[in-house]
Design a protein around this ligand. Structure first.
Ligand code: PTJ
Length: 258
């Protein structure tokens, strides 16, 4: 495997290290080639947002954790990008929530599902769903293929880096859907119940931390966090954060903001 050495004093160290993980994912054949393109789009939005967890994303992450903690059947959907970027955090989150992990791919092959399951197991996962594919969502592509006991039966589903139509389909089925997507205007972001506009590498670590803190909260406390939440406000705040970040950067460079 070819791994490029990134010096830790490089000004774009963190972003380049994340990029290397996706490249490694492709080399291990767990991430699709299309996943590289998706990562590039994500990098662009991350740059616009300032490569940090904005306040409203942290709020959404706490609400997501509240939903996952009160869920009867929480499921975390894993694709080729998230498996490469955050395998350990996915396993940790599933463990402390008591959620199932299910591999669900857009560019599906049983061989890749199998490799991702093995990759998650190598990072500490127990049982991982996704190979059975014994249920189907009403969609015309392979993301429709799900496990009956997993995503199909779930009441709360976390879908990091998703394609918009499945997200909407899951919401239409009455499920609570939590997305992680750096583009606040993607179809996924617009249709999810809770939209986390953050890099999945930061979002998952934050959620693991928040779960540890919130696990002792009562059902009433978790409910009240959920009840005070407004997803449209979170989307508006992400757009505002992008605008402010661009404005500040423009002014720092001595360019007039018009
Ligand atoms: O492994 P597969 O076959 O299931 O395919 C996975 C990808 C991601 C290739 C597939 O779901 C896809 O094509 O996704 P899209 O339609 O490109 O959407 C991906 C979304 O995730 C885009 O809105 C990106 O901005 C966003 N994104 C990309 N990288 C990150 C991200 N959001 C958060 N963190 C990232 N690291």
């Amino acid at each position: 495997m070819i791994v490029t050495h990134i010096p830790d004093d490089h000004p774009r160290y963190v972003s380049l290290k994340i990029r290397e993980k996706i490249v490694e994912g492709v080399q291990m054949a767990i991430t699709s080639m299309q996943g590289l393109v998706a990562q590039g789009r994500g990098e662009a939005f991350d740059y616009l947002i300032g490569e940090r967890t904005i306040e409203s994303a942290a709020v959404a992450e706490r609400v997501a954790v509240a939903y996952l903690l009160i869920a009867q059947k929480p499921v975390i959907s894993v694709n080729g990008n998230t498996a490469a970027l955050v395998p350990r955090a996915l396993v940790s989150l599933a463990d402390i929530i008591g959620a199932q992990l299910e591999v669900n791919l857009f560019h599906r092959s049983d061989a890749r599902v199998h490799r991702i399951i093995e990759h998650l197991k190598a990072h500490g996962a127990g049982n991982v769903l996704g190979l059975k594919g014994d249920a189907r969502l009403d969609l015309s592509h392979d993301r429709a293929i799900v496990d009956q006991e997993g995503i199909y039966a779930a009441d709360v589903v976390l879908v990091p880096l998703e394609d918009g139509d499945r997200c909407k389909k899951l919401v239409d089925m009455g499920k609570i859907v939590i997305s992680v997507d750096l583009n606040p205007l993607s179809r996924t972001s617009l249709s999810a119940t809770v939209t986390i506009v953050d890099n999945v590498t930061r979002a998952l670590d934050n959620m693991v931390q928040f779960t540890k803190e919130m696990k002792k909260d009562s059902k009433e406390q978790l409910r009240s966090i959920i009840d005070s939440y407004d997803n449209r406000k979170i989307l508006a705040d992400a757009m505002y954060a992008i605008q402010e970040n661009l404005k500040n950067q423009t002014e720092r460079e001595g360019i007039e903001w018009i």
